[in-house]
Design a protein around this ligand. Structure first.
Ligand code: GLC
Length: 450
């Protein structure tokens, strides 16, 4: 064992002191580790920092040159957290029906929400809040239960002297290949902060951001993930860690086709900003957000929906309203949310779909009133019963042209009377005679030449 350890150390030294990759797992082990995530469906993202005064965008404002670095950091004086009520935040998140939450521990501006002791950095104690605001949030998440904890961590830390890039246009401070010690110093600082977060909060998920500025080797991405997994073998890591992540993270756009990874999440704003912005009133309606959630679910993914509390800790009313409505809808349709999995391909029915775990209940979600009926084509399984989810009602259906000599199953028509329609999204549970089997062909061709 000792010899093996020595050998590993020598190999890592020879490989340019790169740390070895995270422990290998079998596909079954990975599936088990990702289990809660695949069932989570909805997460609430929180962007909170000195930018939450609401005048400028998070971090990008100084990076893009919209505002000077000095003015940007002067916002520390307005980050009061005066009405911050972490218990109410967590209660609201739980009420939304979400199963996890991800909070910005540090954005690209380097402003840390916890009492970091790693390096001389801008942190919450020097702001008007004057206290660690991350710990009470984490404590509430753990105390109230029912939520997994994710910490957003920006790999980028633009203001630091040992971080190469400052402004988008403009020269870098230095070249990491010419000054490897300076870069190493930065990486050690980042690692020290990650260690603090890991040890203090033991999060279920690390949500990295900003990997695009350097390569996997330059960040030592495998080493970062290995250290986190050594400390907590169950930890999950998003994709923005230069190829070492566990799942895909498309941003701001719901995918059209199913992402390649079996685990993914779309991160989405409620208005057009991640952090609170005074002028941004472009709030999406609850119905729009609900469609996005169901769309993600139908392709086996999660929706990570962002809120941007103000600098005083209050959450904009429009966002509170969306979260509450989500909670109400999910509560009355919970069997069609938890635990479901990806549904059938879009061409079969004019609705979003999911399946239950066994695959023998097909859920249909539609945000409109079908005229007369909803049709399902290419469904080889036999329908046994159709129920309206959230109500005690059963619906009638018919199947036309289920011909014994044809490979094409007949088309089902489910009658949908107006009085069963949900004002936001109607859900039907279509109970089948076994796990759903589909016909995906181009129709039966009759040929007399055969
Ligand atoms: C982007 C942005 C950032 C935001 C994040 C959320 O990468 O850099 O401002 O926090 O996406 O997904």
């Amino acid at each position: 064992m000792k010899r093996y350890l020595l050998l590993t150390l020598v190999i890592s030294f020879l490989a340019g002191c790169k740390t070895p990759p995270p422990p290998q797992e079998t596909p079954e082990e990975k599936t088990a580790r990702m289990e809660w995530f695949s069932q989570a469906k909805l997460g609430i993202f929180i962007h909170w920092g000195i930018y939450s005064r609401g005048d400028w965008s998070e971090s990008w404002a100084f990076h893009n040159g919209t505002v000077s670095m000095e003015d940007y950091f002067a916002q520390e004086a307005d980050f009061t957290a005066a009405s911050y009520d972490p218990a109410a935040w967590v209660q609201l998140i739980r009420e939304s029906g979400a199963r996890y939450t991800v909070i910005t521990s540090k954005h690209h501006d380097g402003f840390a929400l916890w009492d970091t002791e790693a390096g001389d950095v801008s942190a919450v104690r020097s702001s008007a809040a004057g206290r660690d605001v991350l710990t009470p949030f984490v404590e509430e998440v753990r105390r109230q239960g029912g939520l997994r904890l994710g910490l957003y961590f920006s790999l980028i830390d633009w203001p630091r002297e040992d971080y190469p890039n400052v402004f988008r246009s403009g020269p870098a401070r230095y070249d990491i290949h010419r000054e490897p010690e300076r870069w190493k110093h930065f990486l050690e600082f980042n690692s020290a902060q990650l260690k603090e977060l890991q040890e203090a909060y033991n999060p279920d998920l690390f949500w990295f951001d900003g990997d695009w500025e350097f390569s996997s080797d330059e960040w030592d991405a495998p080493g970062i993930v290995r250290r986190l997994r050594e400390a907590n073998p169950a930890v999950i890591v998003n994709s923005r860690i230069a190829g070492s992540g566990d799942y895909d993270t498309p941003e701001l756009g719901v995918p059209v086709s199913r992402p390649v990874s079996p685990w993914w999440e779309t991160c989405m704003t409620i208005n057009d900003s991640w952090g609170f912005r005074k002028g941004d009133t472009d709030f999406k309606s609850f119905d729009t957000i609900l469609r996005m959630l169901v769309d993600c679910m139908s392709m086996g993914g999660n929706l990570l929906l962002d809120i941007g509390p103000r600098a005083d800790g209050t959450i904009p009313e429009e966002e509170v309203a969306v979260l509450r409505e989500l909670g109400r809808w999910i509560d009355s349709h919970s069997e069609a949310v938890y635990p479901t999995r990806a549904g059938i391909p879009a061409g079969h029915v004019q609705a979003y779909t999911t399946l239950n775990q066994r695959g023998d209940v097909l859920y249909l979600y539609f945000p409109y009133a079908p005229n007369e009926s909803l049709e399902i084509k290419g469904l080889k399984s036999k329908i046994q019963r159709v129920r309206v989810v959230g109500e005690e009602k059963e619906l009638e259906w018919k199947q036309y042209n289920d011909i014994d000599w044809s490979a094409t199953p007949g088309v089902y028509y489910i009658e949908v009377p107006a009085d069963v329609l949900d004002p936001h999204m109607t859900v039907l549970a279509v109970e089948l005679d076994g796990p759903a089997t589909l016909y995906e062909g181009a129709g039966q061709v009759i040929s007399f030449n055969e």
